[in-house]
Design a protein around this ligand. Structure first.
Ligand SMILES: [Zn+2]
Length: 340
């Protein structure tokens, strides 16, 4: 098969790799129907995370199950299935509590690589969720979004306790931030403030249910949120960037007693203890347990109640994966979908 391999900063190649094989009896092999480039793939692409040796890339995937190991019971060849970026058994105590991304048996799909024609999925019964039947082609981008960015935005909104009557602010206008808007809307938030200065992203945020747009960032952004909330701050803030500035913007935009759901992968973020102490803000976040939400998200997409696939504004054949990275790195695209 062929797949994407990163060699170093701004050097992603599409090349011949070994076909994946069943290693453990709980594995499945899926033939990818769609995959994509994630904002978090840009950290190694930009050299912010070091690349020690050529490594497979990608952790978002949907496809047809091609083969399953002898211990796989519920997932069957021929099914269309979606999984998340952590494989999980979905049976351990941590999984049952809803934190599958910290499963005691978790495996990071990014180490396997899903920007490829085929992928091995460990713990297939616990990891994959199959659709009721083969979906029509126009639903595939939305199912692919559920693999990471939708599930991550959803977790951000749940962690921030977005719910009826609340004002929610979203810091970050990448795919996760935009889908956090969609999630907050679905969870019944009364007012949703998207913080974005990019016109096409503002437009999509409004389509997903944002009621207000704030273009300012940093202290000015915090001041605008205060203005919009009678000086109190938002009840719920979703942080979907992962920098010091965005994290502090999220915390300072939250009212005392409010909740921050932080889902941007943190890079060199340090929280000032004294400010945290006096803030009275709840913080909850981390790598999203997407698997917790997948059955519900698959249902919502299957029944066409949500259309998260709109975040893909660039579609390329998989052999042009390098252009997908370039377009996202240069912010010419929100998110690039790749067809194997
Ligand atoms: Zn587990």
């Amino acid at each position: 098969m062929r797949g994407a391999v990163v060699y170093g900063p701004r050097d992603v190649r599409f090349e011949q790799c070994d076909d994946p094989k069943i290693i453990e009896p709980t594995d499945a092999i899926i033939r990818l129907l769609a995959t994509c480039v994630c904002g978090s793939d840009l950290w190694p692409y930009r050299g912010i995370e070091a690349v020690q040796e050529p490594a497979p890339m990608g952790h978002e995937y949907v496809g047809i199950v091609e083969e399953v190991g002898s211990a796989v019971g519920t997932i069957r060849p021929g099914q269309f299935a979606i999984g998340s970026f952590f494989a999980s058994d979905n049976t351990c105590e941590i999984c049952r509590a809803g934190y599958q991304s910290s499963c005691i048996h978790r495996e990071l799909m990014g180490n396997i690589g899903t920007q490829a024609e085929l992928a091995r999925v460990p713990l297939a019964d616990g990891t994959l969720v199959a659709t009721p039947d083969l979906p029509s082609a126009e639903l595939i981008p939305s199912f692919l979004a559920a693999s990471d960015v939708l599930g991550t935005g959803w977790f951000g909104a749940v962690a921030a306790e977005a719910s009826p009557g609340k004002t929610v602010a979203v810091v970050g206008d990448g795919a996760v931030g935009l889908l956090a808007v969609l999630a907050a809307n679905h969870l019944g938030a009364e007012r949703i403030i998207a913080m974005s200065r990019h016109e096409p992203r503002q437009q999509l945020a409004l389509e997903f249910g944002a009621t207000d747009i704030v273009e300012e960032r940093g202290d000015e952004g915090v001041a605008r949120i205060e203005e919009l909330t009678s000086g109190l701050g938002a009840h719920s803030v979703i942080e979907a960037v992962g920098t010091q500035e965005s994290m502090m913007q999220a915390i300072r935009s939250t009212r005392p007693g409010g909740h921050v759901g932080f889902v941007g992968v943190a890079h060199d973020v340090e929280l000032p203890g004294e400010e945290m102490f006096f803030s009275h803000v709840h913080l909850h976040g981390g790598p999203a347990p997407v698997r917790r939400f997948l059955p519900e998200l698959v249902d919502l997409i299957w029944n066409r109640e949500i259309d998260p696939g709109k975040v893909f504004d660039l579609t390329l054949p998989l052999d042009q994966v390098a252009e997908g990275y370039r377009a996202m790195d240069e912010r010419r695209a929100i998110k690039a979908l790749l067809w194997p």
